[in-house]
Design a protein around this ligand. Sequence first.
Ligand code: URA
Length: 192
Amino acid sequence: MYEKLNLIKSICANCKKCELSKSRTNVVFSGGIPNSKLMLIGEAPGYWEDMKGEPFVGKAGQLLDKIFACVGLSRQKDVYICNTIKCRPPENRNPLPEEKDACREYLDAQIEILKPKIILICGNVALNTMLPNEHGITKARGKWFDGPFNSKMMPIFHPSYLLRNDSREKGSPKWLMWQDIKEIKRVYDLIE
Ligand code: URA
């Protein structure tokens, strides 16, 4: 598993399939720990991710770590983290269809090699990639969908969205995320 992932990672590190290869500082292939239980797919690297070559290391990433910690999960032990595309779009704009298409084979390879039982689809960009028939994260979040290789996929809010919505009241995005992460942990604990 590690050898195959490292091979794809080294191919990806030299990728020039789209224009983002010209502006990137680093390819952001993955973070966390390779495992067959839990994978999170985010959107795209931002400024800090591009600088450090690690996914989710900015403010959104810190909140993501806190959300996992609430249910006793951590990126050091439990979660493999990757993004829909591996290079930062200028000004953090949404990835273009051709950029997503160019990068898709790397994401597919990550899923095929790890065969995670649970895939968390974090935000609208990942939702459009993994579940193109679903319309919007607000409707799709919190539901289980059948995924590749017998996985279960759950769309969840992107932590950047939670950072813009401070309320913790019942029904608020943060409150909904709390419900979702508890359900994710419940199913996670059922997997041997
Ligand atoms: N947002 C994402 O979707 N991915 C990252 O790696 C960082 C921020």
